[in-house]
Write a protein that binds this ligand. Structure first.
Ligand code: ATP
Ligand code: MG
Length: 490
């Protein structure tokens, strides 16, 4: 069967090229340039998939998304935007968008989003059939291996649940069946409620229509996990007797958006910083040399002798900040060769051990000897790891401990480096900001250490993440691919 797509975008070139590409891929494509046009085609042809720009000349894409979902809830809608915008991504998902892609996107990104939409459509079709024919149940539930599924009666008791969900909850089937869903999934004695935690089930029972919401949970490592939850009513003799609840962990999609946003923020701050730092460096050097020369001419009992010293010291401090800024803004591409990661780690531990010992902090490193040599700019990776070590030392009280580990990932595609401390930890609010340039809680910090570190890691095709519990400690984890496309090692 030919799948229909409605493509809504006001840029004519982009619209035409994409429509052609989708046409070649076998889709039946309708196009619209405005919100009004889009709604009228939507009502005429009921497309299976809608690809829609968030910003349209006469309408807000999110409002259109809501309107379309209200009229035909089963439509799969993929939102398109010109820049990675975290808030829009979350809002789109909250309104049950299937996906969110950022322009410019490549063929793979688009295909992935379309595949997911088609898969969802086929699951929905089966769910509709399920509602009519209960014998389909086992098949549907078993096939939805990637989604968590529960069948829930109208009194909120669980009638059925699939294996992946049991596994995630760490309970057996007997411990789930017959119990209230809110008891099993939220450890509560009443159904979810409120704006933060709306209950999609009660909505579904009330309206007798499918409903959708997003819940944000904290996992045992204090990280935010986003769940997209959809409920589909089950009818018996014309009455809603229960619902099927599907939940999907959309955290990877959300985190992807966060990374995109961070990268674009870093790039723009980097360009700005490079310009400003260059301009400031010259006058600073003049101030520094002049104040040193004047001081040399003065006698130590001169009333301004100490003040001149102060000018020199403070100017030196400005130069340190400017030089950190220049480091941060350095647009130079890393020079990569193959290196032994455990040697790199030995070196940075050696370099920072004294500073740690001075505060009576123990440093321990454990490196697996299974890690093959990795393509990297050694100087840059050392700088990234030293930044993390210095932060850990600064955050840890005397008597504490820092552990550096490196090992090969289970699928042998990347190395995992962790730096863990027993320090003061980072609050949930601060965790969202620590990779931003200039975010610091230290009197003399520049707030550039982690911004530089995350820039270096992403230039190596890797990822950095943080887990932290206030007053218990912090753990930074780096995923570093063993080799990156386009690199000519050695
Ligand atoms: N291991 C850690 N434990 C607790 N807080 C940390 C840790 N690492 C980073 N932070 C927090 O993140 C903030 C930003 O760190 P970053 O390295 O970017 O800048 P900084 O350390 O403040 O300044 P600079 O690196 O220039 O000395 C720190 O001010 C601190 O609040
Ligand atoms: Mg730092």
């Amino acid at each position: 069967m030919e799948h229909t797509i409605l493509l809504v975008d006001d840029e004519p070139d982009f619209r035409e090229t994409l429509a052609k590409r989708l046409g070649n891929a076998g889709y039946h494509v309708y196009t619209a340039a405005t919100g009004t046009e889009a709604m009228s085609i939507f009502r005429d042809v009921s497309p299976m998939i809608v690809l829609m720009d968030v910003v349209l000349p006469d309408a807000d894409g999110l409002m259109l998304l809501q309107q379309m979902k209200e009229e035909i809830p089963d439509t799969e809608i993929i939102m398109i935007t010109g820049h990675g915008n975290m808030e829009l991504a979350v809002k789109s998902f909250q309104n049950d968008a299937t996906d969110f892609i950022t322009k410019p996107f490549d063929r793979d990104t688009l295909n992935l989003a379309l595949d997911r939409a088609l898969k969802k459509t086929s699951i929905r079709r089966r769910l509709h059939k399920y509602a009519e024919n209960k014998a389909m149940r086992d098949m549907v539930i078993k096939e939805l291996i990637n989604e968590d599924v529960m069948v829930i009666a109208s009194d909120y008791r669980i009638l059925d649940i699939n294996e992946p969900m049991l596994e995630k909850l760490g309970i057996t089937r007997d411990e789930a069946i017959g119990h209230f869903c809110y008891e099993i999934t939220h450890h509560q004695d009443h159904p979810c409620s409120g704006d933060d935690h709306p209950c999609p089930l009660s909505e579904c029972f009330k309206t007798q229509k499918p409903s959708q919401t997003t819940h944000v949970h904290l996992n045992h490592k204090n990280q935010e996990i986003y769940y997209s939850i959809s409920c589909y009513p089950i009818f018996e003799n014309g009455r809603v007797s229960g619902a099927i609840e599907l939940s999907r962990d959309i955290t990877p999609e959300i985190n992807n958006q966060k990374n995109l946003l961070q990268q674009s923020k870093l790039a723009s701050v980097g360009r700005l910083a490079a310009g400003v730092a260059h301009e400031i460096n010259n006058p600073l050097t003049t101030i520094l040399t002049t104040s040193m020369l004047i001081r040399e001419e003065m006698k130590p009992d001169d009333p301004y002798y100490e003040d001149m010293g102060l000018i020199t010291r403070e100017t030196l401090r400005c130069r340190r900040i400017v030089s950190a800024l220049l480091d941060f803004a350095r647009q130079s591409q890393p020079v990569k060769k193959k290196h032994n990661l455990s040697h790199v780690i030995d070196e940075i531990v050696l370099l920072t051990r004294k500073q740690a010992a001075f505060k009576d902090i123990g440093v321990e490193s454990v490196c697996s000897d299974k890690i093959p040599r990795i393509v990297m700019d050694k100087g840059q990776i050392e700088q990234a790891l030293i930044n993390l070590m210095l932060n850990a030392i600064e955050a840890t009280a005397p008597g504490g401990r820092i552990t550096v580990c490196a090992r090969l990932s289970a699928d042998q595609t990347h190395a995992e480096i962790t730096i863990q401390d027993t320090g003061c930890g980072i609050s949930k609010e601060a965790q969202d900001k620590i990779f931003d340039p200039f975010f610091t809680t230290k009197e003399n910090g520049t707030g550039l250490g982690l911004a530089i570190t995350s820039g270096i890691i992403s230039q190596h095709g890797g990822r950095i993440s943080v887990e932290s519990l206030p007053n218990q400690g912090t753990r930074f984890a780096i995923h570093l691919p063993l080799s990156q496309d386009g690199n000519h090692a050695e």
